[in-house]
Design a protein around this ligand. Structure first.
Ligand code: THU
Length: 127
């Protein structure tokens, strides 16, 4: 799957966002090493701390279908700012694929690209 399609999938997933509290719709699409794509959206809760981000929903969706190697993730949000992955998502993603590409897409379609481990320097791990 190419970059444009991965972004389209993330955008499509954001339509399913459950975000009555922040009113911020976020969607993510993760590309597995063998080319499969899994998506997720943010799911909020009235007990705010139980909210889960789109990136982790996408990742958990992929992992629970048997995937553990990833090439990239696209993240889309309809907010005014770029949907940079939060610290928790960075830590959870880096466990699987420190070298994966992180493609962050704003409402206007503008995008920024990173390598995941550059977003989480000297991350925690147990070897
Ligand atoms: N959110 C994500 O889905 N991904 C992130 O990386 C940051 C924040 C969601 C959580 C919450 O539903 C909303 O955006 C506002 O914080």
């Amino acid at each position: 799957m190419n970059e444009e399609n991965l972004i389209m999938t993330a955008k499509e997933a954001s339509r399913h966002s459950h975000s009555p509290y922040s009113r911020t719709r976020v969607g993510a699409a993760i590309l597995t090493a063998n080319g499969d794509v899994f998506s997720g959206c943010n799911i909020e809760n009235s007990s705010y701390g139980l909210t889960i981000c789109a990136e982790r929903v996408a990742l958990f969706n992929a992992v629970s279908s048997g995937h553990k190697s990833f090439k990239g993730i696209a993240i889309y949000s309809d907010s005014d700012v770029y949907p940079m992955p939060c610290g928790s998502c960075r830590q959870v993603l880096v466990e699987f694929a420190p070298e994966m590409e992180v493609l962050v897409v704003g409402r206007d379609g503008k995008r920024k690209k990173y390598v995941l481990e550059d977003l989480l320097k000297d991350y925690f791990r147990i070897e």
